[in-house]
Design a protein around this ligand. Structure first.
Ligand code: UD1
Length: 426
């Protein structure tokens, strides 16, 4: 077991290169299942979740090769996926339990192979996280769904047909599954009330490059005209807006000045607006977004929402900021029902937070004090890193495997800008 030791109190200044987005890369890695030609993805982050999904694809007979022209470490990795010969349509429990996003193989696999059998997913423990919307959307495309012994079987031996999918509320994963499946369905599919996240648009861009006929992604209605087959393509994974937002919070908390190299403001406007309200000066530069402190940290109030609202994946990081902001802040989590697991750990560092249902009220304190803390899920782990960066003394963060699922070269990037962070064997 490894842990991070952070000596707080450094002002962070400099450039942090933003990696390819984990949450875009995972659905994109499922697109090769839709074609017998090779698909190359560039700017893939080196993360545990990417390896887990690679293992799953390998298990299904997809061959994965390092593609020529992989850039330096800052540019991410290029991989070519060849699913010309799918040998197994089962996604087994042992792989799926490590990562909920494994459910994203369901749609493309049933669309191309006529059958998919996927273990019910595990993943971050941030609530109940059902997959009913994924299943209903595939049923709307004519798939027959059975649940047996912890597995979902989706079958469509004669292929999927276009249909109307009405989501009661937007689900990112269900939209991605439906979008991929509908590309090969016969006829027109309409997805009403889909997720509008930038990762959906990135997925649609890749599918279009493969020959899919999609319009309306990023809006309240997506229309897909099914095609007989998709072909190979090369696509660059979009920059990680959650990683960028996390380091933006680090810049503000440490009263520093960081250029988030490669980040796109349009992907993260809601978070940038709150940062500005709190005390950041945010500017778009030709090669990224600069976030610097104006010397103040005002308390703030926010509620998580589907895109373009404030993202739930940034909620924990902003809680670390609220812990040291002046006055009272409040954060309401409206997407997941159990996403405050970082609160007790932040309180161990001296934060003053009370939780009532889906709302946390945070009274800002002058200083946080270092302690031993335990990372509980991916974004909660980053919240503790951020708190450690400003806490007096040495903060020890245990259980790093969550961080390694989502933040590429975390210590290295933080050290670039002046943080004192070490990874040691615990
Ligand atoms: C994705 C992101 C995750 C992010 C979340 C919300 C990836 C790999 N993960 O997760 O980081 O926090 O979007 O932005 O991209 N729901 C149902 N039934 C379903 C599916 C979802 O009730 O079938 C509910 C969920 O419990 C949750 C809400 O819908 O309350 C939104 O979840 P969803 O957008 O599906 O999240 P994920 O795709 O799992």
């Amino acid at each position: 077991m490894e842990k991070l030791i952070i000596s707080g109190g450094q002002k962070l200044e400099g450039v942090i290169p933003i990696s390819g987005a984990k949450n875009a890369a995972l659905p994109l890695m499922c697109t090769p299942l839709l074609t017998d030609e090779a698909v190359t993805l560039t700017n893939l982050p080196r993360l545990a979740d990417i390896s887990t999904l690679s293992d799953l694809l390998n298990h299904m007979g997809v061959s994965i090769m390092i593609a020529g022209g992989s850039g330096g470490r800052a540019k991410g990795r290029s991989l070519t996926f060849d699913a010309s010969n799918i040998t197994d349509t089962v996604a087994p429990y042992d792989i799926v339990r490590k990562m909920r996003a494994s459910i994203l193989v369901l749609g493309p696999l049933v669309a191309r192979a006529g059958e998919a059998i996927v273990s019910l997913p595990g993943g971050c423990a941030i609530g109940n996280r059902p997959i009913d919307l994924h299943l209903k959307s595939l049923e709307a495309l004519g798939a027959i769904i059975d649940l047996e012994q912890g597995y979902v079987r989706a079958s469509a031996p004669k292929g999927l047909r276009g249909g109307v999918i009405d989501f009661p509320f937007p689900s990112v994963g269900a939209t991605e599954n439906a979008l991929m499946a509908a590309t090969l369905a016969k006829g027109t599919t309409t997805i009403n009330n889909p997720a509008q996240e930038p990762e959906i648009v990135d997925l649609a861009n890749c599918l279009r490059a493969m020959g899919a006929n999609i319009s309306g992604d990023g809006t309240e209605k997506i229309i897909i005209e099914g095609v007989d087959r998709l072909h190979g393509a090369t696509h660059a994974v979009m920059p990680d807006r959650v990683e960028a937002g996390s380091y933006a919070v680090a810049a503000l908390m440490t009263k520093g000045n960081i250029l988030l190299e490669g980040a796109r403001a349009s992907d993260m406007q809601a978070a940038l607006d709150v940062l500005t309200e709190i005390g950041a000066v945010v500017s778009e530069e030709p090669n990224g977004i600069r976030v610097k402190s104006n010397g103040h940290l005002h308390g703030f109030h926010l509620t998580t929402e589907p895109f373009p609202g404030f993202p739930t994946d940034m909620q924990a990081q902003f809680m670390a900021l609220a812990a040291i902001a002046e006055g009272t802040s409040s954060i309401t989590e409206a997407i997941f029902e159990n996403r405050f697991m970082h609160v007790p750990e932040l309180c161990r560092l001296g934060a003053d937070i009370s939780v009532n249902g889906s709302q946390a009220v945070i009274e800002g304190v002058d200083t946080l004090k270092a302690a031993q803390v335990m990372a509980t899920d991916l974004r909660a782990s980053m919240c503790l890193v951020l708190a450690g960066l400003v806490a007096e003394g040495e903060t020890h963060i245990n259980r790093l495997y969550h961080l390694d699922r989502g933040y590429e070269r975390l210590e290295e990037k933080l050290r670039f800008v002046g943080a004192k962070v070490d990874r040691v064997s615990a």
